[in-house]
Ligand binder design. Sequence first.
Ligand code: SF4
Length: 368
Amino acid sequence: MSSNISRRDFLKIGAAAAGSAAALGALKNVLSAQAAPEAATSVQTAAEQKVVASTCHLCSAGCGILVRVADGKAVKLEGNPMHPVNQGALCPKGQAAPELLYNPDRLTGPLKRDRATGETSPIQWEEAIQRVAQKLNDLRKAGHPEQAILMHGDTRGQMRSFLTRFMQAVGSPNIVSHESLNVAAAKMGMYLTQGIYDLPAYDIEKTNYILSFGANFLEAGSNPQRTISGYTYLRRGRATRGKVVVIDPRQGIHGAKADEWIPIKPGTDAALALGMANVIIKSGLVDADFVKNYSFGFDDIGKSKGFMNFVLENYDPAKVEQITGVPATTIARLAGEFASNKPALALLPGKGGLLNGGFGGVYAAMAV
Ligand code: SF4
């Protein structure tokens, strides 16, 4: 008979036993229910279940997901094994995505705050739109449309350009998103060095040597699932194990998991990169084809000093040691390893705008 006790029955007994002497009564009730099957309760199963393939939008990786839907509600996410980005894996944030959907504090409509009490109360969309339009008109009539600021979260499709155009129509340049504190600095570094306002995508699996300039790629990279699976393959999934070197004032998880962590004075990554470039040039390890075909300004142009002479004159490893705190011998060794373990990758900080990376980190990575 005991083998017929359902999980719910078992929990009833356990709860009663833990709480009081009523355990025996509970056990009696359960056993009598077993004796009369028509009265017994059973574990309830969802009436209707299906799996829907979709995409996780909680970061720019865009992992493929399989959503289990029970009785019309999304209850569980799994990685889609057919998706090229995550190949079946799913990071903890993606796993926890349903929490976001069902969070009791999630706002599902506009709220109005009472300035006197600070309390908020729900209002209809019509009223919210009316009030915002009125405020925007007031600012424009007063000649100060720039005092309107639009703040937004992540966007998809054409939404970002729509928001920008909307604020242009209002007359304000002030449009702020989380990107301002996130990847904007790194993107600007890319724009100034590569002419593209975006972050690069890396072919980590095919790399033999990764030099990370403050790129927190195992904790907060711009594409964590893709980066982590590439890193795993680099370290364990192929015949030649790739080497990972992390340059960062803070060790963090990526530094702890790297082959080597090089602590550095904050904000001096670019000097280190230029010191490495100095060694690479002096040692004759420069990739001449790459410099000729894909770079600009390596040699002097007229009276303007090119990158090579600028680096040779100003970034001797002994001087760079003073700036960065990284020993000159380490700088020389890193330069040799980087130049002779091709394909090597200097990793840009994806989300380092406030930390060691961002702007300077991008310049540093591009310098080597
Ligand atoms: S890495 Fe995580 S958060 Fe980003 S898209 Fe994939 S599952 Fe979602």
